[in-house]
Ligand binder design. Structure first.
Ligand SMILES: Nc1ncnc2c1ncn2[C@@H]1O[C@H](COP(=O)(O)OP(=O)(O)O)[C@@H](O)[C@H]1O
Ligand SMILES: [Mg+2]
Length: 420
């Protein structure tokens, strides 16, 4: 465990096509005179001199010799925060450290190096050697037990402590903080998501079915499969930010929608939680705006159709495999049945009627998604027909019980969606 309350660290990056990381720059966290956190990042000169150097964040941390400063997000730049643990991971780290509250930098320094994206953090000027060993899919039963013990707040046996640290350190602080680990099989790395004992339906099978349904609706999604272990279903989602090669894993850079929007999870920043803004921001960054902006429109429509009301900006991301950025495949698609039939709100603004998950609202800002009126309407009506006609079959085909399918029936194409 790295000592508490570190104030500076090196930031490492695995460059496109490479499997070993290099030092990109230095990050320093301090307090200003008023005691507010202030973060500083500067790229190293030798990094800037590399012909293949790439920016950590295409908007906020462009390649230059400048010292960047931020007072937002407790001083942690969005792109760095995205590489750190969230609710679930923080819990794992705290458990491991035996300390309830660590400094922001300590979370970065102590999270496992299979974190999302291409960044790493450490105290040494030179990056450590890449990690070669990962948990295997065949160890899932054991990992599931550890995750369950953590969920029950039980102490994990010391001989298992090393494995605890291997648990994937990313979750969400939005209440959807599901337990997960990273596992490897012959094809590469997967995010494994477990059911929770307090789930009201089989979440992993439902999420798998939703990824398949989204794919059938023309949305680009992360590949996934279900693995059953001792009667429990685990959802395995192929990591889209890793690629297995003979030399090891290549890594894609990744920033969350939250970082793209320059927003955070604080209530004051939620006014920037918007699909419309997200579309405008991504159009400035991605290589193919004409592909990605309509794709975002399809995801927003799909989320409204399945009442995925937890579609907050961290459930969207941009990735860059080479130099260029693009919208990542879709992930974390979770229907939430509600009693309300008149109006449901997505987590992000959709159009002229705010967050209202409604067909007319979705169509109100079509041009910002680089669509014309006819194209937007065609996407909306085709997807509505498709979800209405096939949600039940998709659930059942992917092993969701009749009882669970009935429990979540109310999530699909609710009445208010079509209301004028
Ligand atoms: N297939 C994937 N490849 C790479 N990163 C992923 C993948 N799926 C999810 N992630 C990352 O892990 C985080 C947590 O996954 P998510 O499915 O959203 O879990 P939760 O249900 O706990 O919110 C995401 O916000 C994203 O950063
Ligand atoms: Mg999520």
């Amino acid at each position: 465990m790295t000592s508490n309350q570190n104030t500076e660290c090196y930031v490492y990056i695995t460059l496109p096509g490479e499997t070993e990381s290099v030092t990109a720059g230095r990050f320093e966290l301090s307090n200003d005179r008023r005691g507010n956190a202030l973060g500083r990042f500067v790229y190293g000169k030798s990094y800037l001199a590399r012909a293949n150097a790439v920016a950590i964040d295409p908007m906020e941390l462009k390649l230059s010799g400048e010292t960047y400063e931020t007072a937002r997000l407790k001083g942690v730049f969005g792109a760095l925060r995205d590489a750190g643990p969230d609710y679930w991971g923080r819990r794992v780290i705290e458990k491991h450290a035996g300390v309830p509250q660590l400094g922001e930098l300590d979370y970065l320094l102590n999270s496992a190096d299979d974190r999302a994206g291409a960044l790493g953090f450490g105290l040494g000027q030179e990056p450590p050697a890449p990690r070669r060993k990962f948990n295997k899919t065949i160890e899932l039963a054991k990992l599931q037990q550890i995750a369950e013990a953590l969920m029950r707040e039980e102490d994990v046996k010391t001989e298992e402590a090393a494995q605890v640290q291997d648990l994937m350190l990313i979750g969400t602080s939005m209440g959807g903080a599901r337990p997960k680990v990273v596992v490897e099989d012959k094809d590469g790395l997967w995010v494994a998501k477990f059911n929770r004992p307090d789930d009201r339906w089989n979440n992993t099978r439902v999420e798998h079915a939703m990824l398949e349904l989204a794919k059938a609706c023309g949305i680009s999604v992360a590949a996934s499969r279900i693995q059953s272990i001792g009667g429990k279903d685990v959802l395995l989602i192929k990591r889209f930010d890793r690629e297995k090669t003979d030399k090891g894993y290549t890594k894609s850079r990744m920033i969350s929608g939250l970082t793209l929007l320059r927003a955070d999870e604080a209530a004051e920043a939620r006014e920037r939680w918007s699909y419309v803004l997200m579309s405008e921001e991504l159009r400035r960054v991605v290589k193919e705006p004409k592909r990605d902006a309509p794709e975002l429109f399809r995801r927003m429509t799909f989320n409204a159709l399945i009442s995925n009301l937890d579609d907050h900006p961290r459930n969207h991301a941009l990735i860059a495999k080479g130099r260029d950025w693009q919208l990542s495949p879709a992930y974390d698609l979770a229907p939430m049945p509600q009693i309300a039939q008149d109006r449901r709100d997505l987590a992000m603004e959709i159009g002229d009627q705010g967050r209202f998950a409604n067909a007319k609202n979705i169509l109100s800002q079509y041009a910002r998604f680089l669509l014309d009126d006819a194209q937007a309407k065609a996407i909306g009506s085709k997807m509505t027909d498709q979800v209405r006609a096939s949600w039940y079959n998709f659930l059942r085909t992917h092993g969701v019980t009749e009882k669970d399918a009935e429990t979540i029936r109310g999530a699909f194409v609710y009445e208010g969606f079509l209301r004028d």
